[in-house]
Design a protein around this ligand. Structure first.
Ligand SMILES: Cc1cc2nc3c(=O)[nH]c(=O)nc-3n(C[C@H](O)[C@H](O)[C@H](O)COP(=O)(O)OP(=O)(O)OC[C@H]3O[C@@H](n4cnc5c(N)ncnc54)[C@H](O)[C@@H]3O)c2cc1C
Ligand code: FES
Length: 423
């Protein structure tokens, strides 16, 4: 058979084989394309992941280097006392610079530093907070400390530990352990609303920092500065405040001496005789339409706050700081707070009965002799942070920053059920 005859006889088979080959080739091409596309997508995905990982790394590094370059820190950092200045009777300022020489982060006017002071022979440091009293953005931190004497009704009691140590003993060149500036009592310098700053005694420290911030950064903002002290002996920062008033016609100063000395002259040393009262505020201010910042001793704070509320100043226009356990307006009882509960302090192996006679879990612990470190006792510094092993708590005051899940700030909380604490 000739090849032509063979081809004609097997035409069907040849055509079938050709079509199969074509289909196979088509499938193979599609398969190769799909594989190529898949590999391409996988590489792209991998590239994207690498890119994202690189970006995250970059951001992390930027964040770290920002923290490093701005000097932010966690925990305790060593500061050197650059100088110590006596400001008035029983009151001194300490100027602090970082011992590690790294930059100093700024702070918000009104915030405070937390100090840990180690006394010889004692295992645990004593923690205290002191407000920053100078303008933000200087090359140092300044705190101003009033020496706290024994209470009038217990003159034999020892004087305040840390304040008397700072006033009597701390000297230039000494090193102190300090936590970064913190606190929710600060003036928002971006706001334009006029402000009233009301200081009783050493409560002037955060308010002076606010006054600096307004005069430096928003000199057109109206400020009324009420400052109550006993007399010229205790008139801390007199020249500094006068200099700030010189710099802005929008700052109005109202100084009150409760007990002027025979040589104190009205309209020269002070403006009003007596304490700062709600009546004085009403007489001196054009309206109640201000943000009010108040800091001073508990009785003074209570009287001013009652007066502001009686004058229909909205609660969200009143900002306060207490320099110790909150004594102003009895702590509110949260709806979920237990009226009775058992609190087990696991590490100490003690169990105590809670009742609302105790203001906070820290009070309950201290009544049982259970050591929980504390600093501000107002939910600001984080020193009393304690893990909750079982049960629920209820805050009676708002913490400055929410503690991590599973822990609480016993200085401002109460049990909402039976509780086991890691203390
Ligand atoms: C956010 C914040 C900011 C602050 N800012 C400032 C500030 O800028 N400037 C400032 O000066 N303070 C400030 N304080 C207050 C400061 O933190 C301290 O509370 C204050 O200096 C008293 O501490 P201390 O260790 O000297 O007194 P403590 O040792 O705590 O004593 C307190 C009182 O108890 C008395 N006492 C001690 N032992 C006994 C006893 N056995 N029996 C009876 N009484 C006793 C003492 O005599 C004293 O009167 C601030 C507080 C907070 C929370
Ligand atoms: S003591 Fe400062 S947060 Fe509790």
């Amino acid at each position: 058979m000739t090849s032509v005859a063979w081809f004609m006889a097997n035409l069907g088979t040849v055509l079938g084989a050709g079509i199969c080959a074509l289909v196979f080739a088509q499938l193979a091409i599609q398969f190769l394309r799909a594989t190529e596309e898949m590999l391409y997508q996988r590489n792209l995905h991998r590239l994207r992941l690498d890119e994202i990982a690189q970006r995250v790394q970059q951001i992390r590094q930027q964040h770290l280097s920002h923290r490093h370059s701005t000097g932010h820190w966690d925990g305790w950092r060593k500061f050197e006392v650059q100088q110590k200045v006596i400001e008035s009777a029983g009151c001194c300022s300490i100027y602090l610079v970082p011992h590690d020489g790294r930059p100093l982060p700024s702070f918000l006017p009104g915030q405070f530093l937390t100090f840990a002071v180690k006394f010889p022979g004692e295992a645990r440091p004593v923690v205290r907070c002191y407000s920053l009293s100078d303008a933000p953005g200087k090359g140092y931190y300044r705190c101003t400390i009033k020496r706290v004497d024994a209470p009038d009704d217990e003159p034999q009691a020892p004087a305040g530990r840390v304040s008397s140590y700072f006033f009597d003993e701390l000297a230039a060149g000494d090193i102190v352990d300090v936590r970064a500036p913190s606190g929710a009592f600060f003036l928002d310098i971006q706001r334009h609303r006029p402000v009233v700053l009301i200081a009783g005694g050493i409560g002037v420290t955060p308010l002076l920092s606010m006054l600096y911030a307004v005069v430096d950064g928003a000199p057109h903002r109206e400020v009324h500065f009420f400052y109550g002290v006993q007399n010229s002996r205790y008139h801390t920062f007199r020249e500094a405040i006068a200099a700030l008033c010189e710099r802005s016609v929008h700052v109005h100063l109202h100084t009150c001496y409760s007990r002027p000395t025979p040589t104190d002259v009205r309209e020269v040393d002070y403006h009003h005789e007596g304490r700062i009262t709600p009546e004085l505020l009403r007489r001196s201010l054009p309206s109640n339409n201000f943000d009010f910042f108040v800091c001073g001793p508990p009785a003074f704070m209570q009287s001013i706050l009652d007066g502001l509320r009686g004058w229909n100043v909205p609660e969200d226009s009143i900002f306060t700081e207490t320099f110790g356990p909150a004594c102003v307006s009895p702590r509110r009882h949260a709806a979920t707070q237990a009226t009775s509960a058992q609190v087990r302090f696991d590490r100490s192996g003690k169990t105590a009965d809670w009742n609302p006679h105790f203001a906070t879990l820290l009070d309950l612990a201290e009544a049982q002799g259970i050591p929980i470190d504390s600093g501000c006792r107002t939910g600001n510094c984080g020193t009393c942070l304690t893990a909750i092993k079982a049960g629920c708590i209820e805050y009676v005051d708002s913490p400055a920053t929410a503690p991590p899940d599973g822990s609480c700030l016993p200085c401002i909380c109460a049990p909402a059920s039976d509780l086991v604490l890691d203390a």
